[in-house]
Design a protein around this ligand. Structure first.
Ligand code: C2O
Ligand code: CU
Length: 500
């Protein structure tokens, strides 16, 4: 029989051995299964691009020069920043499967990156500063080159600071060479809220929001609570933080509207893009129903409505048919604010409607997410997710700090593995609505009964939640953020990390 002391030694020795064994196993496990973040420059990103690209892909080459620009908006002459001296920047058009080669020259006094909003592209061309690339310095050049896999209505914009609230955006239209068009004509409508060169620069407004927070005072850049017409808004009573004086459609104010000439009875496909920074728009065409066919570029089962509501970053495609001769206003009313943007559909000569015309359709039936069903061609089906994350949207006006709290595993936010179906429960814990945008791959909104629309940007109402699923099929590191540029810039963003 061993003595008490010897027994103690044996116990200690056994304990030490056990600890060493666990340590060895732990080392072995971490050696054999290291959790590795798939960064934007990972070889997996290149191989995903190789799979996407066909050997005979057509290359569409463009040059975008960002520079300070003196321009006219209506009768105002002002200074802002644009691409190629135009507002909006040039419309880029290509076919699904083409390669976009965009040479970007930064002639701004600030750094620049360009994000290709809604395109499922290679992660290192996604244009997020310090995540997918180093920003292009003032005076510098950079060439973006990537395959554009899917057709749809997209846009490109600066992804640095609050530059989106200057004039640094343009439409990116991807056609489907295989589909036969069931419309006669197209009209792209890019909506924007405007202050640069009129009230203050976006950077002034940002610092005002930061320093004054809840006091809501100051130099007219800040929105003073709820405006007229917010009653009954699905976005709540506080629809924006900035008090814009001007709303634009295709760079034009409502007293100098852009217009498209059409024949009576033609089917006109509207491609509507909300490129604003802090304004949702409620859009209707006087004298016509909207037959909504796509949201965020992805097809839905067509549905008729009077009006649609576009949060920042959202797009809707709708076909309209105006019958009689005349001038038909497309009105985009700034939700919860005073003012509107306008464009015209014209079948012949005739007087333009006044800039404050209010077609009855604007207060008619408003499309909701529940009205939309994904086209089966893009639906993810209704299998169960492989993992579910709760994503909390937090913050408020008090100190003007906004945040996205995504779950972390081993210090990595929202890790996903390639091939997984991932569910995000976007939970809004704030008193404001947030248009939440995911880079790199679309998501399907989970609605009762399944089959909800496939989108890349979804509005989450105050104190509400929206559940979305995506298939992790595009390796890289992807931003998930609020498309209110002032919220994003004060912290309302996080990253989805592919891990291996
Ligand atoms: Cu259009 Cu990260 O955004
Ligand atoms: Cu927000």
């Amino acid at each position: 029989m061993p003595s008490r002391l010897e027994r103690w030694h044996i116990v200690v020795a056994a304990g030490v051995a056990l600890v060493l064994t666990f340590a060895a196993i732990a080392i072995l496990v971490t050696r054999t299964q290291p959790v590795r973040v798939v960064a934007a420059d990972d070889p997996a990103v290149q191989s995903a691009e190789n799979e996407r690209r066909s050997s005979d892909a057509k290359v569409v080459a463009v040059t975008l020069t960002a520079a300070p620009t003196t321009m006219r908006i209506g009768d105002r002459e002002l200074e802002t920043w644009t691409f190629n001296g135009q507002l909006p920047g040039p419309e880029l058009r290509l076919n699904a499967g083409d390669v976009l080669r965009a040479r970007v020259q930064n002639r701004l006094p600030d750094p620049l990156t360009i994000h290709w909003h809604g395109i499922d592209l290679r992660s290192d061309m996604d244009g997020v500063p310090h995540v997918s690339q180093q920003p292009i310095p003032p005076g510098g050049d950079f060439t973006y080159e990537f395959t554009v896999p899917d057709p749809g209505t997209f846009f490109y914009h600066s992804h640095v600071g609050v530059q989106l609230d200057r004039g640094l955006y343009g439409a990116l239209i991807v056609e489907d060479p295989a589909a036969k068009a069931d419309y006669d004509r197209e009209f792209t409508v890019i909506l924007d809220d405007w202050l640069d060169g009129v009230a203050a620069t976006p950077d002034d407004v940002l610092s005002q929001l930061r320093t004054e927070g809840m006091s809501h005072g100051g130099m007219g850049g800040m929105h003073h609570g709820a405006g007229a017409g917010t009653v009954g808004s699905p976005l709540g009573t506080d629809t924006g933080d900035v008090d814009y004086q001007l709303f634009l459609s295709n760079g034009r104010p409502p007293d100098d509207p852009d217009e498209v000439a059409i024949e009576p009875g033609e089917r006109v496909r509207l491609r509507m893009i909300n490129a604003a920074s802090d304004t949702a728009f409620r859009v209707a065409v006087g004298g016509a129903q909207l037959e909504v066919t796509h949201t965020d570029g992805r097809p839905v089962l067509p549905v008729d409505t009077d009006a649609v509501l576009l949060g920042m970053g959202e797009r809707y495609d709708a076909v309209v048919t105006v019958t009689g001769p005349g001038v038909f206003p497309l009105v985009a009313s700034a939700e919860g604010k005073d003012g509107q943007a306008m464009a015209l559909l014209r079948t012949g000569p005739g007087e333009s409607p006044p800039p404050d015309v209010e077609p009855s359709e604007l207060t008619g039936r408003l499309l909701t997410l529940d009205d939309l069903q994904a086209d089966p061609a893009v639906s993810l089906g209704d299998s169960e997710p492989d993992r579910t994350y709760r994503v909390q949207l937090t913050g408020g006006m008090h100190s003007y700090e906004w945040d996205v709290d995504g779950e972390e595993v081993d210090g990595i936010t929202l890790p996903v593995h390639e091939g997984e179906r991932v569910r995000l429960v976007l939970e809004n814990d704030t008193m404001m609505w947030h248009p939440m945008h995911l880079h790199g791959q679309p998501f399907q909104v989970q609605v009762a009964g399944g089959g909800g629309p496939v989108k890349d940007t979804v509005n989450v109402a105050p104190m509400d939640q929206v559940t979305v699923d995506f298939v992790a099929d595009n390796p890289g590191t992807w931003m998930l953020h609020c498309h209110n540029v002032y919220h994003a810039e004060t912290g309302m963003h996080t990253l989805i990390n592919y891990v291996e």
